[in-house]
Ligand binder design. Structure first.
Ligand SMILES: C[S@@+](CC[C@H](N)C(=O)[O-])C[C@H]1O[C@@H](n2cnc3c(N)ncnc32)[C@H](O)[C@@H]1O
Length: 511
């Protein structure tokens, strides 16, 4: 047990209801925490602006609430019923706090599941709430800032209130998952159950009840801020606006939608029509969103998907399914998948032709998943754990085709990974662009004359995609740029549903 006391204090109503003077960039709260930073213990001393000040951008005073070192007891196992909302809130709060500390959400969730000894039902509830909170975090953070004057010094306490606010304040058109009084009651129970938060029970109760009382006013004030309106850090919003002055709102909105479950039919084993019949027999409805892509109307566990374990289908976004066909594969070719894990595109390559595939990835653990995925499909490749910007691992024999699905910010797949926006820093783009440029230059030397290299990113930022492709073409005068989709913006609708991806195809001019 810790004797730490929560120090969050609640703003009086009058102060919170009034627009406050913009006092800094609220997105600064989303900077990655500096590990050595000391908790900021000062009270927010900024007075609220007079009501007749310009009300265009009322901003709660910035609070460095994430510049504290995570202190929560991650290994603590709560004494709560496995199927209770309190347990789900506590688990999701821990996951949110870990994300704010720099851990990717899937890893954070697996830490929570292990620490809590969560049942399958409990895992589902924790995961659902954590993902919802990632999509509503900007709004919850802003609301919390409007109701409190001081940075809570326990990150998990912040996470708990934010998770509860997300449940109390669902997105427009979504029905609340629970009665408000149940959410408040369970959040208080959750706080009371955790040694780091037990003393904050009354405060959790007060903040959440205050939100219920003043909801309309608080939400209206919060929504004047882009952070709350879009649920992305300000730099991300600015970058999207700068790159897509016409489409930025649609792009941000697309990233907040729930992703579909899209299947790739293994046409080596079964036709699309025959597989659609199998789905129908299993009571699953789907529509076609690509040559071999079927979007399930209702997402389901893969164990319920007919033929999944026999390799009839794989889970893959329809946009990602464009990669392998663009390579123009023929039997007998030597093909390199240079950043292969977890193997979605490797599997598709091997489904399309009998090629000799080498799958490289810098992360040995992720590379093992390529083996698992190919095993399920009954296919195989040479797996190499190595860096694609190095030649150490190469036997010197040129490849006929190279797929370079390079590491990037993943800004095009935020609907599937809503934590990415809170984990990334603005400077990541530059670092990743430098690395991917090195990878492309290195791989180009491994391509035979007349061979083709497909450059792919799941990014929306032009620096990582089109500008990188153009710079590559300028550096390599023997590179001929062929037709490819270029930048695909995230889209969903009738007969269409894909993430944001970029494709550029190059052929090496014969000497
Ligand atoms: C976009 S993902 C690849 C997705 C994969 N092509 C698929 O379709 O399933 C990028 C991959 O690049 C790997 N990676 C990161 N840096 C790398 C490097 N320097 N060399 C090779 N692989 C790298 C990551 O481990 C990650 O698995």
């Amino acid at each position: 047990m810790t004797d730490k006391r929560p120090t969050l204090t609640i703003k009086p109503k009058a102060a919170s209801a009034r627009p406050t003077k913009p006092a800094g960039n609220p997105a600064a709260q989303y900077a990655r925490p500096k590990p050595a930073a000391k908790p900021e213990r000062k009270l927010d001393a900024k007075p609220a602006a007079a009501p007749n000040k310009p009300a265009a951008a009322p901003t709660p005073a910035p609070r460095p609430s994430y510049e504290v070192k995570p202190q929560f007891q991650q290994a603590y196992r709560p004494d709560l019923p496995g199927d209770s909302l309190a347990l789900a809130l506590l688990g999701a709060a821990s996951a949110v706090a870990q994300v704010r500390g720099g851990t990717a959400l899937p890893q954070a969730l697996s830490n929570v599941f292990a620490a809590f000894g969560a049942t399958p039902q409990g895992r589902g509830a924790i995961q659902d709430l954590a993902y919802r909170t990632m999509r509503g975090l900007g709004r919850a953070e802003t609301l919390l800032g409007l109701m409190t004057t001081k940075a809570p010094d326990v990150p998990m306490l912040v996470g708990l209130i934010q998770c509860a606010l997300v449940l109390l304040d669902p997105p427009a058109g979504e029905a609340p998952a629970y009665e408000p009084f149940t959410i408040v009651d369970q959040a208080v129970t959750a706080a009371g159950n955790h040694p780091d938060m037990a003393h904050a029970k009354a405060m959790v109760n007060a903040v959440l009840r205050r939100f219920l009382r003043e909801r309309e006013e608080l939400v209206a004030t919060a929504l004047k801020q882009a952070l709350a309106q879009w649920n992305y850090p300000q730099w991300w919003i600015d970058a999207t606006k700068a790159a897509y002055p016409r489409d930025w709102e649609a792009i941000l909105a697309a990233g907040n939608r729930h992703p579909p479950l899209t299947l790739r039919v293994n046409t080596r084993k079964i036709s699309l029509e025959d597989y659609l019949r199998q789905l129908e027999q299993a009571g699953l409805e789907a529509d076609q969103v690509g040559p071999a892509a079927l979007r399930l109307k209702q997402a389901t566990n893969v164990s319920q998907i007919p033929g999944f374990h026999d390799g009839l289908v794989s889970v893959q976004d329809a946009g990602a399914q464009l990669a392998a066909p663009l390579l123009g594969l023929e039997d007998g070719m030597r093909v390199l998948d240079a950043c292969a894990a977890p193997g979605g595109k490797s599997g598709h390559i091997l489904e399309l032709a009998n090629v000799e595939l080498t799958a490289v990835d810098a992360d040995p653990q992720r590379l093992a998943r390529v083996g698992d995925n190919l095993g399920r499909l009954g296919l195989s490749a040479t797996l190499v754990a190595a860096e694609a910007q190095s030649k150490d691992w190469w036997d010197g024999q040129a490849f006929d085709r190279i797929l370079a699905d390079v590491p990037c910010t993943a800004s095009g797949i935020v609907r599937r990974h809503p934590d990415i926006r809170w984990l990334r820093r603005k400077t990541d783009t530059r670092q990743l662009t430098t690395l991917s440029g090195e990878i492309l230059d290195n791989l180009w030397q491994m391509l035979r004359a007349d061979g083709k290299l497909l450059f792919v990113t799941c990014s929306l930022w032009p620096q990582e995609s089109e500008a990188q492709a153009a710079a590559f073409a300028a550096r390599h005068t023997d590179a001929v740029r062929l037709d490819a989709p270029g930048q695909l913006l995230p889209a969903s609708g009738a007969g269409l549903d894909h993430d944001g991806l970029f494709y550029a195809l190059f052929q090496k001019r014969a000497a």
